[in-house]
Structures are given as structure tokens and as C-alpha cells.
Design a protein around this ligand. Structure first.
Ligand SMILES: [Zn+2]
Length: 410
């Protein structure tokens, strides 16, 4: 058992300041108010609430106590959109995929999808096999990798951004079936341009297979996108980016998404989307989903990289295709996205929900993770007063390479 005390604990019901969280068997066993000075009360509570047998070896007194006074405690982040990090491109090799996952875990991401940019179908099938292996076993096998997000190949050429045009395809049920089979159950999100011929059939196949369908890299009009949301698309891939711009007479996919109330991924790096639109999306807090869309350059510095087979140059943290200059993903980590959201004026509980609770709900994982609440997995991020990550707990274990915060005794 681990007892975390003294932090400002961000829960779905508000911030407990100070709060305490009891972790047992990898789960959040109890959440309440109080710091270290309330030990006596707490032990009483524990005995009552947990029904502890006084003679049992695992008594309240044996809990490792960790004093987090002055820190923030947020739910572990859930990233729906991640292509790489720490110098690792998930499309390069299975080892790089695992490396990117580990990089982001150190920044607070305790659950992630692995996002695959458009590539030849055989190549995507191979990469989906790596995701399936990571989802089932290997580094990050404790449930960190939830599955794959296929960002293509069924995308609109005119809104492809940095996706390689030569490998885009018309939506095709048979191709989708092949990719879905290659993922062996690990395919969780499919981004598709819903206005393309054949898209409706692919979306229907995805929904049948239990895959979340997302609208993205799309030139859909407001009417086309609205029809797609009515037909079961529940997510918008990086809202405002890779879609018809929001215009007051033709609101496009972004306008349709906001109108329909579907979940909206947003790349909050200060480059992809103006903070004013972040606030606008967050006006309905449960629809905002912070994602990184991170590429291998995240955490690896400026320089020359490759995305989808095309050269990318990173300057001042901005990743752009060398040819044409399109934004090529971001160098964000989820902790940065949260910091920027708070700096832009969002309450920290809204930022935490957008980084954890809402994406967990999109994936249907909200009964397992995404919030600091009893019964959920003990996925936790400790941040200092400046919202920099100091420790990460996944399924009750300290991870992330920085180790546990200093223990308050035990
Ligand atoms: Zn992407």
C-alpha cells in the first residue's frame, strides 16, 4: 500500500487541497481530504473503510507514506495521438515504438495509442503487428499501450497536411478488414475523411469491429461532417488542423464537430491552434481531448527528421515538412499540453479531464482509468508548483525514470 498525502489532488469533483490518495494492489483504494498531520484520523478511516483485520499483516501502519506537500496530483494522461518521441519514430521499428512509448510515460502518459501515419498497406499491417505485440506484452506491457490509431490511408488529399500523398487511398472495406486483422484486436481508432466515396461503408465496418471512427484530414462540409457524426463518428482528429477552416457561412468539419458535441482532439502546442479556440472548445469541458500528435523530435531537440518518408525540419520546436512547409506533427508532451492549457486560462481540473478523463471515455476505458477516483487504476502524475512532472505512477508502481518522490516513512 502507498499513501500519498499533502498534494493538491485533482479529482472529478474538484481539487482536494490538501488531499490524500491510498493506493492498494495497483488501484486507487481511497481518496479524501487531508495531509500528513491527519494520520490518526486516516488510520481510523482506513480501518473502517477498508474493513482491515487488525491482525492482518497489511495494516494501515504498513502503508508506505509519501509526502507530496506543495505538489499537484493529476490522473495519468491518456494520449490518443502519438507518433513518436525521444528520438524514436513509432513507424521505424518495434524497438523505436517501445522507445517512444517509454519517453512519453516519463512525461505522465500512462495510457497511449500508437498513431500510424499513412503508408503502404503492407507497411501499415507490419506496424499494426508491432502495436499488437506491445499491447499484449513487452515494454509498457502493463497496459500502457492501449492500441493503435490508424491516421490514414483513407484521407482527403487536399487536407493531408504532412501525410504522404502517394499512399493515400479511397476508403475500401476490404483494405480496412486486412488492416483490422493485422492489428489482432489492437486497432482502437480510425481517422477517415468522411466525404470520400466508400467512407460510410468503412466507418460502418469500423464501428462493427468496435473501432472508434474519427473524422480528420478531411475536406467535408458542415453538412457532410454532420451526417458522418450522426452515422456514428464520435471523435474529431486534431480539430481545426487538417480540415476545412471554420467559416461563419460554411462551418466545415470543425463547426460540425463543435455543434454535434463530439469529442475533439486538440494539439495545444501554441502553434497548431490559437489559445482562444482552445478556450472555445473547453466551454463544454467534456468534449476537449488534449493530444500530443508528437513526432520523434519531441524531447530530442531541433534538427532534421523524417515523417511518412518525407524530410522534416524542426526549428524552435516546430516540426514542418521541408517541402511545402506543412506542420508535421508536434514536439509536445502531455505535461506541456496541460501546462499550456492552464496558462491559457483553463481551470486545472478542466485541463486534467481533457488530458485523462475525456480520452479515457473516448476509448471506453473510463471504468478503469482517467481520473483519481476509488476503484480506478492507480495511474497518477505528480507535478511541482510549476506543473513540471516530478514522478509518475502507473498501475500502482512508480515509473518514468525519475523514481518515487521522497518517501515520508513507512
Ligand atoms: Zn497525427
Amino acid at each position: 500500500m502507498t499513501l500519498l498525502t499533502g498534494a493538491k489532488v485533482v479529482t472529478p469533483g474538484g481539487v482536494l487541497d490538501p488531499g490524500r490518495v491510498l493506493v492498494r494492489d495497483g488501484l486507487i483504494a481511497q481518496v479524501g481530504r487531508g495531509g500528513l498531520d491527519l494520520d490518526l484520523d486516516l488510520d481510523l478511516d482506513l480501518d473502517l473503510d477498508l474493513g482491515l483485520d487488525p491482525g492482518r499483516a497489511e495494516s494501515a501502519e504498513r502503508a508506505e507514506r509519501v509526502d507530496l506537500t506543495g505538489a499537484w496530483l493529476l490522473p495519468g494522461f491518456v494520449d490518443l495521438h502519438m507518433h513518436g518521441g525521444g528520438g524514436h519514430d513509432v513507424a521505424a521499428s518495434a524497438a523505436d515504438m517501445a522507445g517512444a512509448v517509454a519517453f512519453h510515460q516519463a512525461h505522465g502518459t500512462t495510457r497511449t495509442l500508437v498513431s500510424l501515419v499513412t503508408a503502404p498497406v503492407a507497411r501499415l499491417a507490419e506496424q499494426l503487428g508491432w502495436v499488437a505485440a506491445l499491447t499484449a506484452a513487452g515494454p509498457g506491457s502493463d497496459g500502457q499501450v492501449v492500441g493503435a490509431h490508424l491516421e490514414g490511408p483513407f484521407l482527403a488529399a487536399e487536407r493531408r497536411g504532412a501525410q504522404p500523398a502517394e499512399h493515400l487511398r479511397r476508403p475500401d472495406r476490404a483494405v480496412f478488414a486486412d488492416l483490422e486483422a493485422a492489428a489482432a484486436g489492437a486497432l482502437r481508432v480510425l481517422t477517415v475523411a468522411p466525404e470520400l466515396p466508400g467512407a460510410a461503408a468503412v466507418v460502418a465496418a469500423a464501428l462493427e469491429a468496435g473501432v472508434v471512427a474519427a473524422a480528420g484530414h478531411t475536406d467535408a462540409t458542415y453538412a457532410q461532417a454532420g451526417a458522418a457524426f450522426a452515422a456514428g463518428i464520435t471523435l474529431t482528429t486534431h480539430v481545426f488542423n487538417g480540415m476545412r477552416p471554420l467559416h461563419h457561412r460554411e462551418p466545415g468539419t470543425a463547426g460540425a464537430a463543435l455543434d454535434a458535441g463530439v469529442a475533439c482532439e486538440l494539439i495545444n502546442d501554441g502553434v497548431h491552434v490559437h489559445p482562444a479556440l482552445l478556450r472555445l472548445v473547453a466551454a463544454e469541458p467534456e468534449r476537449l481531448v488534449l493530444v500530443t500528435d508528437a513526432v520523434d523530435a519531441a524531447g530530442a531537440g531541433d534538427g532534421e527528421y523524417v515523417l511518412g518518408g518525407h524530410p522534416v525540419r524542426v526549428r524552435d520546436g516546430q516540426a514542418r515538412l521541408v517541402t511545402g512547409g506543412a506542420l508535421a506533427g508536434s514536439t509536445l508532451t502531455m505535461d506541456q499540453a496541460v501546462r499550456r492549457a492552464v496558462a491559457a486560462g483553463l481551470p486545472i481540473e478542466v485541463a486534467a479531464a481533457a488530458a485523462a478523463t475525456n480520452p479515457a471515455r473516448v476509448l471506453g476505458l473510463d471504468d478503469r482509468c482517467g481520473a483519481i477516483a476509488p476503484g480506478l487504476d492507480a495511474d497518477l502524475v505528480v507535478l511541482d508548483a510549476e506543473l513540471a512532472v516530478t514522478a509518475v505512477m502507473a498501475r500502482g508502481r512508480w515509473v518514468g525514470g525519475r523514481g518515487a518522490p521522497r518517501s515520508g516513512g513507512g
